[in-house]
Design a protein around this ligand. Structure first.
Ligand SMILES: *[C@@H]1O[C@H](CO)[C@@H](O)[C@H](O)[C@H]1NC(C)=O
Ligand SMILES: *[C@@H]1O[C@H](CO)[C@@H](O)[C@H](O)[C@H]1NC(C)=O
Ligand SMILES: *[C@@H]1O[C@H](CO)[C@@H](O)[C@H](O)[C@H]1NC(C)=O
Ligand SMILES: *[C@@H]1O[C@H](CO)[C@@H](O)[C@H](O)[C@H]1NC(C)=O
Length: 428
């Protein structure tokens, strides 16, 4: 025993030395390979690997250059560089607003047709967003339709993004004769509005978390115990490839509390491995995945990608100095405190978005609609919508208990989101 030990000890040292040498040589090679993969557009299997830190220094420069060199697809002009179109105020304007009538647009879901469902006032339709530093370009439906010729525009996200999607269709459809357009809705995740003569589609893809989740069914998705699968953006992302303009959103579905359940592995695993993350970290994971997906799958020379920020809700009137126990129900006026930020919208989430966008190389245009929408406590559907189920006598007796302070009437606020999208698309 002793003798054998003596003989093998030097051998072990040699072996360890050899292993270390190999590890150093191959380690270098391996990291080269990894960073090469990282730039490879179509490689998707590395979603789980930790990203290699990249220098951040010249990212602002790069974005400026992209803008300066007129390489921005769809651009026909420019907005003054100094003008932040999301910073401004609401101006009453009955002349130009609304841009269409509720009854004129057959594509609005009954959950958003407030007039049809008895809303007594319509002032909420008569507001125009006025940026402080410049004027918004006028929404030109002809220009938008021409730009879409032979193209695919895709909205991806939750019901709020679906509202923006429908608003976009309402803003355009009047110029297209009846036989030239068709809404192909099905019970799948994808809804397609086809403009036949333009060979174009405007589509909506239901993915409330962008990543794969247990709430992905386009119809049956009212699940309280929500779980999102880590690294799963391609589950849905494979259906987004080839789009020319993509508009993402995701927010409200993450707001279930302080923590969120993240699944490692697969939904088919017998014993699922669940990790609890803070809502902010879970949301950060989604932002990273989205930005990486864009970087790998969207060509910034041909396509445009947008991300719409958090849509605010108005469920507590004490937030704006109203009566205790009230909400958006019966609200017909705007909040005029420019600093207003309701207790429902998390500033920490906005910070996560800001952080991740700053770090990323992906060319994603941020539609920062949160602040300007937060003034619009008047613009929700309240009780004037098709209800999901019958109301109880208690609810009927106290309408605010079933008021919807999340979604927005159409026409209304979300048309402005599309005016802002229009501005950023054609006048970046
Ligand atoms: C709208 O866009 C079309 C197509 O680019 C253009 O011919 C037209 O002059 C524009 N209309 C207005 C009012 O700017
Ligand atoms: C329609 O658009 C697609 C791209 O979305 C293109 O591949 C196809 O050639 C177009 N067809 C016609 C008839 O222009
Ligand atoms: C709605 O608001 C008006 C004042 O704006 C008030 O007179 C009325 O009582 C309110 N109705 C309900 C049901 O709260
Ligand atoms: C969006 O706008 C709000 C208010 O104007 C601002 O506080 C916030 O930082 C902006 N978010 C980002 C990510 O730029």
């Amino acid at each position: 025993m002793v003798r054998r030990g003596r003989v093998s000890t030097p051998f072990i040292f040699i072996l360890i030395g050899f292993i270390i040498l190999v590890a150093i040589l191959y380690g270098q090679d391996f990291s080269c390979t990894l960073s090469h993969f990282d730039h490879h557009q179509h490689l998707t299997t590395l979603n789980h690997s930790p990203s290699i830190p990249k220098p951040r220094s010249n990212f602002v420069e790069r974005k400026k250059k992209w803008r300066r060199e007129k390489t921005v697809p769809f651009a026909v002009g420019k907005t003054a560089e100094s003008c932040n179109i999301f910073d401004g105020k609401w101006v009453r304007d009955k002349e130009s607003k609304p841009m269409y009538e509720e009854w004129e647009c057959p594509y609005i879901q009954p959950q958003l047709t407030c007039q049809e469902h008895g809303r007594p006032d319509r002032d909420y339709q008569n507001w125009r967003w006025q940026p402080n530093g410049c004027d918004l370009p006028k929404f030109n439906a002809t220009l938008m339709l021409e730009a879409l010729r032979g193209k695919r525009m895709l909205f991806v996200g939750d019901s709020l993004n679906r509202g923006q999607y429908v608003s976009m269709i309402c803003l355009l459809h009047r110029l297209v004769p009846e036989e030239g357009k068709v809404m192909e809705s099905s019970y799948s995740s994808l809804t397609v509005f086809r403009l036949k003569d333009y060979n174009a589609t405007i589509e909506f893809y239901w993915a409330p978390f962008l990543l794969e989740s247990n709430s992905d069914d386009a119809v049956v998705h009212r699940i309280a115990d929500r779980i999102v699968r880590k690294g799963s953006i391609n589950t849905h992302g494979k259906h987004w490839k080839g789009a020319d303009i993509v508009v993402f959103n995701t927010y409200l579905w993450w707001m279930t509390g302080l923590q969120f359940k993240i699944l490692k592995g697969s939904f088919k695993d017998e014993v699922p491995e669940i990790e609890m993350l803070s809502t902010e970290d879970a949301y950060r994971m989604a932002m990273k995945s989205m930005l990486k997906w864009v970087q790998r799958n969207m060509d910034p020379k041909k396509t445009r990608v947008f991300f719409t920020s958090m849509s605010p809700t108005h469920s507590k009137s004490i937030d704006w100095g109203g009566e205790e126990g009230g909400n958006c129900y019966n609200q017909t006026t705007l909040i005029d405190d420019p600093e207003y930020w309701g207790s429902d919208s998390r500033k920490t989430i906005m910070e996560v978005i800001g952080d991740e966008f700053r770090k990323s190389k992906a060319q994603v245009t941020f539609l920062n609609i949160t602040q300007l929408s937060s003034y619009r406590k008047d613009a929700h559907t309240q009780i004037f919508k098709k209800q999901w189920g019958p109301l109880t006598p208690e609810q009927k007796a106290d309408p605010k208990t079933y008021a919807d302070c999340v979604h927005w009437c159409l026409p209304g606020l979300q048309d402005t989101w599309n005016e802002l999208l229009f501005a950023k698309l054609f006048y970046p």
